[in-house]
Design a protein around this ligand. Structure first.
Ligand code: SIN
Length: 298
C-alpha cells in the first residue's frame, strides 16, 4: 500500500474520522505522517482500527506529534506506567470495579498545566463486548456558534484551571446505575494531590489553534475553576452555560473503540468523555500524551 492510499471516513458532522490504509507497525514515512497529521487537524480526532503495535511502536508514533508528556498527572490521578515504558500509562477498568472511571466527565487533559497536552494517543488493548465508548466534542464549533456579543465578552477573559478539579467531583460518578457507580467510600474518588502538588494556571478563555489558526472555546468542566479576577460564585453561572454549550450533542461524536484501535485526539480543541456503561467487563487502554511546545494563546 502506498502512502497516498489513506481513506479518511468521517463518522459525524462535528468531528471524528476513521482512517484506513496506514499500518503503524510498519515504517511511518514522513509522507504518511503528513497525511495522518492533516486528517488529525481536519477532523480533530482520528481512529485507526486494526493496528497491531508494540509499546515501542506506540511511543515512536506518538513522538511524531511532539515531546512526550511525563506519565504521572501531577494530581489528581496517579496512573501506573507500563513496565519498561515510562511514557505509556495504562487505564484499566476491571469487571467488578466500581472505582473511579478515569475520564468519565467532559474535559480536556491537564489544562491546569502551563503547557497542557497537545494530543493524546490511545491504543485499546482490551475492549468490552458493548459499552466503553468515548465521546468527543468540537470546541471550534462551540466558540463559533456563540453570539457575537458573547464572543466579544469572552475574548477579553482568562480563566484559572486547577488540578484539584474543583467542580468535577459530582459528575465523575456517572454510571448506568447507582449500584455500578464509583462510590466515595472506595476512596478512589479522592484527589491524590497534596497541597504541594496542586497546580493552578491561567489560560485565555478563547484560544487560537497554533496550527489551524481557528479560535476555540477553552474552558472545561474538569479543570476550569473560575474566571481570572472573579470569585467562583461570580464565575459559575457563565461557566456552567459555556460547559453545557460545549457539550451539546450536535458538537460531539461517539466512537466504539474496538480492540487494537489507535485513537489520536487534538487536546487543544477537543473535549472527551469516557463512558462508564460496561460494568462486569474489562477495558484496557494504553495512552501516551504529547505536550504543547508553548502555552496556549489568544
Ligand atoms: C481519558 O483519557 O480521559 C479516557 C479515554 C478513554 O478511556 O477512552
Amino acid at each position: 500500500m502506498t502512502d497516498t492510499a489513506l481513506r479518511v471516513a468521517p463518522i459525524a458532522g462535528a468531528l471524528g474520522a476513521e482512517v484506513f490504509g496506514a499500518d503503524l507497525a510498519g515504517a511511518v514515512s514522513d509522507t504518511l505522517f503528513a497525511e495522518l497529521h492533516k486528517a488529525f487537524l481536519d477532523h480533530l480526532v482520528i481512529f485507526l482500527p486494526d493496528q497491531k503495535i508494540s509499546p515501542q511502536q506506540l511511543v515512536a508514533f506518538s513522538q511524531r506529534f511532539g515531546e512526550i508528556a511525563p506519565v504521572r498527572f501531577t494530581g489528581p490521578f496517579d496512573m501506573p506506567a507500563v513496565e519498561g515504558f515510562p511514557e505509556i500509562y495504562q487505564i484499566t477498568k476491571e469487571p467488578g470495579t466500581t472505582g473511579t472511571n478515569i475520564g468519565g466527565f467532559w474535559h480536556a487533559d491537564v489544562t491546569y498545566r502551563d503547557r497542557p497536552n497537545l494530543a493524546s494517543i490511545g491504543y485499546l488493548l482490551e475492549a468490552p463486548d458493548y459499552g466503553g465508548d468515548t465521546m468527543y466534542s468540537n470546541l471550534y464549533l462551540a466558540y463559533e456558534s456563540l453570539s457575537e456579543g458573547m464572543r466579544a465578552l469572552l475574548e477579553g477573559l482568562t480563566a484559572v484551571h486547577s488540578s484539584t478539579m474543583p467542580h468535577a467531583h459530582g459528575v465523575r460518578s456517572a454510571a448506568v446505575s447507582r449500584e455500578h457507580a464509583p462510590k466515595a467510600e472506595d476512596g478512589q474518588l479522592q484527589v491524590v494531590s497534596t497541597e504541594a502538588d496542586i497546580i493552578e494556571t491561567e489560560h485565555p478563555v478563547v484560544r487560537r489553534h497554533p496550527e489551524t489558526g481557528r479560535k476555540s472555546l477553552y474552558v472545561n468542566r474538569g479543570f476550569t475553576s473560575r474566571f481570572s479576577g472573579m470569585s467562583v460564585e461570580e464565575s459559575l453561572p457563565l461557566l456552567h452555560y459555556l460547559w453545557t454549550h460545549a457539550e451539546r450533542p450536535e458538537f460531539t461524536c461517539r466512537y466504539r473503540l474496538a480492540r487494537n484501535t489507535v485513537v489520536v485526539w487534538d487536546n487543544r480543541c477537543v473535549l472527551h468523555y469516557a463512558l462508564n456503561d460496561y460494568y462486569g467487563q474489562r477495558r484496557v487502554l494504553q495512552r501516551v500524551s504529547v505536550d504543547e511546545p508553548v502555552r496556549p494563546s489568544a
